[in-house]
Design a protein around this ligand. Structure first.
Ligand code: KIV
Length: 273
């Protein structure tokens, strides 16, 4: 019998228990290799449907499919062992009814092994959040700017900057908190509103364009690494690896053209004897 102790992965209840405590650290991950790199540093990683835009060059997240989310969710699970993995339910796969949402969420959890799903929407999704939570599916909510609604919103601009719209977003957050969401992403809303929601709702809030007062923060990994061309105001670039990749590929190209690569140390000599 192995005496090796296997570190337990963080769970949705672990994240839920962090309300008001040490800030929750999270990033998106779509691949096994990036999941491996960030796993020691984050509490949860989100397989976000932003992968449609970041990995596939789509204009919006609307065309992303359940199959795409499952494929990348499996990759992220293979690359990580410690952090909770949360997988986004893509547009059109859950809004029809609580039953549709349960069918999609249970498939995602079974086929990826992830520990939770995320879905977008406030009051209109509260019944669904309750239906899933009552049936063993941990749900992370997402209110404020909900990118899957781009065709009704018209643009990716910040919301909740006037009293009427702030009141609606507060009601959205309250509704899914009461329905049993274990955590709520607050995206691109006014700072005082994010602060107020964090004070008022029981589950931890995760800000992305929210407030430093949120219970945690999330960013798209490629955005904070400097790999994305255009980023929203709420992104801080913690590195600028885009130019480093360009320089490395330029050196590779010139060495290949000069027949300087591969060198003697990169090729195989015949075996002696
Ligand atoms: O899809 C995504 O990456 C997200 C984050 C921006 C929260 O939903």
């Amino acid at each position: 019998m192995s005496v090796q102790s296997i570190a337990r992965r963080l769970t949705a209840p672990d994240i839920r228990a962090r309300k008001g405590g040490e800030p929750i650290v999270s990033l998106t991950a779509y691949h096994a290799h990036t999941a491996r790199l960030i796993d020691p540093h984050v509490d949860f990683m989100l397989v976000g449907d932003s992968l449609g835009m970041v990995m596939h060059g789509m204009e919006t997240t609307v065309p992303v499919t359940v199959e795409m989310m499952i494929l990348q969710g499996q990759a992220v699970m293979r690359g990580s062992s410690r952090a909770l993995v949360v997988v986004d339910l893509p547009f059109g796969s859950y809004e029809g009814s609580p039953q549709q949402a349960f069918a999609t969420a249970s498939r995602v959890l079974k086929e990826t092994g992830a520990g939770a799903v995320k879905l977008e929407g406030g009051r209109r999704m509260a019944e669904t959040v309750r239906f899933l939570a009552d049936r063993g599916v941990p749900v992370m909510g997402h209110v404020g700017l909900t990118p899957q609604a781009i065709n009704t919103l018209g643009s990716f601009k910040a919301l909740g900057r006037d009293e009427a719209s702030a009141a609606l977003i507060l009601d959205d957050a309250r509704a899914i908190a009461e329905a049993g969401a274990f955590s709520i992403v607050l995206e691109a809303i006014s700072e005082p509103l994010a602060r107020q929601i964090t004070q008022e709702v029981a589950p931890p809030t995760i800000g992305i364009g929210g407030s430093s007062a949120c219970d945690g923060q999330i960013l798209v990994l490629e955005d904070m690494l400097g790999l994305s061309d255009r980023v929203p105001r709420f992104v801080k670039k913690f590195a600028d690896i885009g130019p480093a990749i360009g320089a490395a590929v330029e050196s590779y190209a010139s060495e290949v053209r000069a027949r300087a690569f591969p060198g003697p140390e990169h090729v195989y000599a015949p075996k002696k004897g």
